[in-house]
Structure formats: structure tokens, C-alpha cells
Design a protein around this ligand. Structure first.
Ligand SMILES: NC(=O)c1ccc[n+]([C@@H]2O[C@H](COP(=O)([O-])OP(=O)(O)OC[C@H]3O[C@@H](n4cnc5c(N)ncnc54)[C@H](O)[C@@H]3O)[C@@H](O)[C@H]2O)c1
Length: 357
């Protein structure tokens, strides 16, 4: 089996490469080594993709520096592949309004190129979407508890009708580009019979995540706790997610490759893995033995204050479900951060901030 992982040197992509190597597959990590979303982290951002690439080479992964916006490069490197895992993206909401062209060309045109490559090579494909596609309308359905937002029913299904619009409806270019990518995935499945899936991921976290204010909030909080830097919460801190550990997130691709039933799937921790920002900071403080210095800023446009996946469709469709609970996963993340502390030297980041109009 040969598998190509777009964005293979990123956080999730590196775990997908590792998971397929463990399956005995030949793996190509296809990545343009961009560092856009790492610019404002303040820690060793020039080194971090190279770090993941080095780790992958040691696992026997073939690392290729190439761009999903160039279809010829994709067609060339995907020769002989039976499966494409599409994790490359512009993943940050803040950057999506600062550089709309980058967001569109990467998430829409890039995803289109990956699908066309899958069609021509007769490969199955799973593409990373995001719970962002639901839009922030979930915010209209919440009540506010002591440390978290709450909702009934707790978990949200892929076809939940309340996700189709409402009062609190500001969406960002990221919502649009991820939704457009999803439509193309569905089109390629419907019209061309490509075994193509959308994975609507919730917040993912784990080792090899160089999280900052733009992207990767669990790692951002953990890194800042260990470095002794202050962290900023935008909004109340009661925002809630069913966070998902990296190896669980990667396992969804392996499971899907075994049983590729085209469709759109929520991939999240589900009700058993719910945690709010405030609760996550408490957990990090407890596990690290150090109290985080927390500042508050105004809420950000387009922020989903709550998301918990109903994962029934993925469980029934290809037998996937998460295994690692937050306290265990955050402990593993902290252990990895301690071992790799040298990668995080630098200065506290310039605040990414709220939307500039
Ligand atoms: N991390 C999360 O919490 C989360 C949540 C929901 C969805 N997702 C989605 O999962 C996917 C992976 O996210 P991540 O956290 O690993 O992000 P990441 O930024 O760590 O990895 C993305 C990788 O894609 C590469 N890339 C970007 N543009 C490229 C291009 N034009 N050609 C080739 N490679 C390119 C980057 O260099 C990077 O290595 C993304 O689609 C993201 O939207 C992530």
C-alpha cells in the first residue's frame, strides 16, 4: 500500500504518516513547509516544520517539498497511491481574513487538485474539514454555566437543522473555504464515484503541535504554561469543545482507508471528551504543577462558543471512535513539550488579536 499525506509535515499530517507507517505502508509526506500560522507563536517557528520532517524521515517516510496548488506535482507524487489523506490547509480563522487569497487558493483550489488527483489515480481520499463549517449559529442555542457553555442535546449531528443560520451569524473566509472544499468532495463522490470523505474535525491536540494564538489552542496553553508566558483568552473562556487526541484523529484515516464509505463525518471526542478553555487551563495547571498566567481579551468574530460531535455516523460507517481521554492526552502533550523544550525558545508572541476590519 502506498499513501500520500498532504500537509504531512504539519501537526495532524505527521501523525497520519506515523499511523500509516505502523500499518506497513509506503508513505509520502507532501508539504510546502509553509509557516504562516506559526509566525505569531513566538517560539522557534523557523525550525518546527523541519523538526516534523526530520522525525518523519527517521520513520522511513518520504518527505517531498511540494504544493497542493500545483496539480502536476500532486499527480506526479501520487503515482501508485491507493489512498490520499488530505490534511494540508490554511487552518486559521484569523489568517483567513488577513489573507483571503491564501485561504481560497489553499483550501478550495488545493482541495480541488487533491480530488482530481484521486479521481485520475483511482485512489480513495479523506479530506480534513472542520466543525467551522457549521458556522457560529450554535452560539444562539447555549446557556452559560459556571465554567462552560452548555446545550441540549449535548452532541450535534451532521444534519442538525439548527446549524443552518440564526442571529449570531458572522462567518469568516475559513468557514467559506472549508465548506466549499466539502462541496467538491461530495461532488467527486456523487458524480465521479470517488471514495471521498469529509472529516469535520473538532479541536485536535497532541505532540508535534506548535500551537499559537491563531491555531491549536490546547498546545498554545500548555506551551505557555511551561514557558511561564502569559496566555490570552478571547471571550469568557467558557467556550467548549470535545477535544481529540492526535493518534485518535490519525486513526480515523486508517479506519476509513480500510472501509472507504464516501460521506461527511464528524470526527471529535464526543460527549466523553468535553472541556472548556477554563477547565483545560485548570487541567494543565494541575498536571504541570504551575499556575498559568491568564489574561482576557474581547471575543473573536466567527468563534464557535461550543461544539460537541455526535460521532455515530463515523462509528457506524467505518468503525472509528476516540480512545484517549483529555487528562491522559494533555499529560502526553506536556511530557512531549518537556522533552522538546529547546524548540520553544523565543519571545512571547505578538497578540494575534481580534478581527481587524
Ligand atoms: N488542529 C486542529 O485543531 C484542527 C481542527 C479542525 C480541523 N483541522 C484541520 O486539520 C488539518 C490539519 O491541521 P493541522 O492542525 O495539522 O495544521 P498544520 O498547520 O499543523 O498542518 C498543515 C500542513 O499543511 C501544509 N500546507 C499548507 N499549505 C500547503 C500547500 N499549499 N501545499 C502543501 N502543503 C501545505 C503546512 O506546511 C502544514 O505542514 C487542516 O485541514 C485543518 O483545517 C485541524
Amino acid at each position: 500500500m502506498k499513501v500520500l499525506v498532504t500537509g504531512g509535515c504539519g501537526f495532524l499530517g505527521s501523525h497520519v504518516c506515523e499511523a500509516f507507517r505502523k500499518e506497513g505502508a509506503d508513505v509520502v509526506a507532501f508539504d510546502n513547509m509553509t509557516k504562516h500560522e506559526l509566525k505569531r507563536t513566538g517560539y522557534g517557528s523557523d525550525e518546527v516544520r523541519d523538526h516534523n520532517a526530520k522525525v518523519l524521515r527517521e520513520m522511513g517516510v518520504q518527505v517531498v517539498k511540494a504544493d497542493i496548488r500545483n496539480r502536476e506535482e500532486l499527480l506526479d507524487h501520487a503515482q501508485g497511491c491507493s489512498f490520499l489523506a488530505h490534511t494540508a490547509a490554511q487552518p486559521a480563522m484569523t489568517i483567513s481574513w488577513e489573507d483571503i487569497d491564501l485561504d481560497f487558493s489553499t483550501n478550495v483550489a488545493g482541495t480541488f487538485n487533491v480530488l482530481e488527483t484521486a479521481r485520475r489515480h483511482k485512489a480513495a481520499v479523506a479530506s480534513c474539514s472542520s466543525v467551522h463549517v457549521y458556522g457560529p449559529w450554535v452560539n444562539d442555542t447555549l446557556t452559560e454555566g459556571a465554567t462552560r457553555y452548555e446545550r441540549k442535546p449535548v452532541a450535534i449531528r451532521e444534519d442538525d437543522p439548527t446549524m443552518n443560520g440564526g442571529k449570531d451569524g458572522k462567518i469568516s473566509p475559513l468557514h467559506a473555504s472549508k465548506a466549499a472544499g466539502e462541496h467538491y468532495v461530495k461532488t467527486y463522490a456523487d458524480m465521479f464515484g470517488v471514495k471521498a470523505a469529509n472529516f469535520r474535525y473538532t479541536g485536535i491536540y497532541g505532540p508535534r503541535q506548535f500551537g499559537g494564538e491563531d491555531h491549536g489552542w490546547v498546545a498554545n496553553f500548555a506551551i505557555r504554561n511551561l514557558l511561564g508566558w502569559p496566555l490570552t483568552i478571547y471571550g469568557t473562556g467558557k467556550q467548549l469543545r470535545d477535544i481529540l487526541y492526535a493518534s485518535d484523529a490519525a486513526a480515523a484515516f486508517v479506519q476509513y482507508q480500510r472501509k472507504p464509505v464516501a460521506g461527511t463525518y464528524n470526527i471529535g471526542g464526543g460527549p466523553g471528551h468535553m472541556i472548556s478553555l477554563l477547565e483545560c487551563i485548570q487541567l494543565i495547571d494541575k498536571l504541570s504543577g504551575t499556575k498559568s498566567e491568564v489574561k482576557f481579551g474581547p471575543g473573536r468574530d466567527g468563534d464557535l462558543r461550543y461544539f460537541v460531535c455526535d460521532i455515530t455516523r463515523a462509528r457506524n460507517g467505518f468503525g472509528w471512535e476516540p480512545k484517549v481521554p483529555p487528562h491522559e492526552g494533555v499529560g502526553k502533550l506536556l511530557a512531549w513539550l518537556r522533552e522538546n523544550a529547546r524548540l520553544f525558545q523565543g519571545q512571547p508572541a505578538v497578540q494575534a488579536g481580534t478581527r481587524s476590519r
